[in-house]
Design a protein around this ligand. Structure first.
Ligand code: SF4
Ligand code: SF4
Ligand code: FES
Length: 276
C-alpha cells in the first residue's frame, strides 16, 4: 500500500456526460495531488477548481448526512464525502453516476423515480386520532423495545446507494426499490403509527416487496448501516399475516408478475470496469 503520510498523486477516471453536446457518456482522466486524508469529494472539488470547471455532481453536508453525494466509486455505490481515497487502495479512482438511474449530467443521477416511489408509500406517521395530533394533550410514549423495531431503518439518508446496488432495480422498472420499501416498513413498525392499511394499497401491489429476490446487495452497500433487505422481508411477513387474517387464500406474492419485455433499463450506461 502507498505511504499516505506524504503527498502523492492519484488519477480520477470520471464518467462525463453533457446531454447538450454528447451522444453518449465517456471517460476522462484527471491527475490530482493526493494529500493525506483526502476524500473522493475533495478530489472532485480539486478537479472542478483547477482542471474542469464544468464537472457536475451533487453534494452538500460533506459529513455523510444529507445523502446527496452517492456515486459509483471503484465499482461500488458509496458516498463521495465519506470515502477516503486511501481506503480504495488504488491510485486509480473510477467515479461514475449511480447505476439504475437515468443521468442528468456527469455524476448527477435523476432521483425523481426513487422519491416518487417513496412518496407513494406515505413515509410519515399516520394516526386515527387527528384531533389529538392537532392539539396534543400528552406525549406519544414508546418503550425501548418499541423503539428498536424501527430505529435502524430511521437512519436512512435517502442517498440511493441501495437502489444502485439492487439487481432487481437494474432489470425491473416496476419495482419500487429498497429505499422506499424500507422506509415504508420504518413507519409500519412504529408503534405510534396506524397507517399500515393505507400503505398496504401500494405495498401489496405490483411495485411492492414481492419483486425483491433477497440478494441483500442493498444492505451490503448502505453507508449508514441500514438493512433494507431485512425491512423488506419483515414487510413480506406482515403482509402475509394480514392476508391470513383477512381469510384470503391466494398467495400475496402471486401479484408479482414478470413485466412485459423485461430487460436492462434503457439509457443507463454500462458499469465502469472494476479497479479493486
Ligand atoms: S437504505 Fe442506506 S443506501 Fe439506501 S437510501 Fe437509505 S441510507 Fe442510502
Ligand atoms: S434484497 Fe431485495 S431490495 Fe435488496 S438488493 Fe436484493 S432484490 Fe434489491
Ligand atoms: S455531501 Fe452530504 S452525504 Fe455526502
Amino acid at each position: 500500500m502507498a505511504d499516505h503520510t506524504v503527498t502523492s498523486e492519484v488519477v480520477f477516471r470520471i464518467r462525463r456526460f453533457d446531454p447538450t453536446t454528447d451522444a453518449d457518456p465517456h471517460w476522462e482522466d484527471y491527475r490530482v495531488p493526493w494529500p493525506p486524508g483526502m476524500t473522493v469529494l475533495e478530489g472532485l472539488k480539486q478537479i472542478k477548481e483547477s482542471l474542469s470547471p464544468t464537472l457536475a455532481w451533487r453534494s452538500s453536508c460533506r459529513m455523510g448526512v444529507c445523502g446527496s453525494c452517492g456515486m459509483f466509486i471503484n465499482g461500488r455505490p458509496r458516498l463521495a464525502c465519506n470515502t477516503q481515497v486511501s481506503e480504495l487502495e488504488s491510485s486509480l479512482i473510477t467515479v461514475a453516476p449511480l447505476p439504475n438511474f437515468n443521468i442528468i449530467r456527469d455524476l448527477v443521477p435523476d432521483l425523481i423515480p426513487m422519491f416518487k416511489a417513496h412518496t407513494e408509500t406515505q413515509p410519515y406517521i399516520i394516526r386515527d386520532d387527528t384531533n389529538e395530533q392537532r392539539q396534543p394533550t400528552g406525549e406519544y410514549w414508546q418503550s425501548a423495545h418499541q423503539l428498536e423495531q424501527y430505529l435502524q431503518f430511521s437512519y436512512c439518508i435517502k442517498c440511493g446507494c441501495c437502489m444502485a446496488a439492487c439487481p432487481t432495480c437494474a432489470t425491473d422498472p416496476v419495482y419500487a426499490g429498497p429505499m422506499p420499501l424500507a422506509q415504508a416498513h420504518r413507519y409500519n413498525s412504529d408503534s405510534r403509527d396506524g397507517g399500515f392499511a393505507a400503505r398496504k394499497q401500494v405495498l401489496s401491489g405490483e411495485r411492492g416487496p414481492w419483486r425483491c429476490h433477497f440478494a441483500g446487495e442493498c444492505s451490503r452497500v448502505c453507508p449508514k448501516g441500514v438493512d433494507p433487505a431485512r425491512a423488506i422481508q419483515l414487510m413480506k411477513r406482515q403482509l402475509v399475516f394480514d392476508y391470513l387474517k383477512l381469510g384470503k387464500q391466494k398467495c400475496p406474492a402471486s401479484i408479482a408478475k414478470v413485466p412485459d419485455g423485461m430487460k436492462r433499463r434503457e439509457g443507463i450506461p454500462e458499469a465502469p470496469p472494476r479497479t479493486i
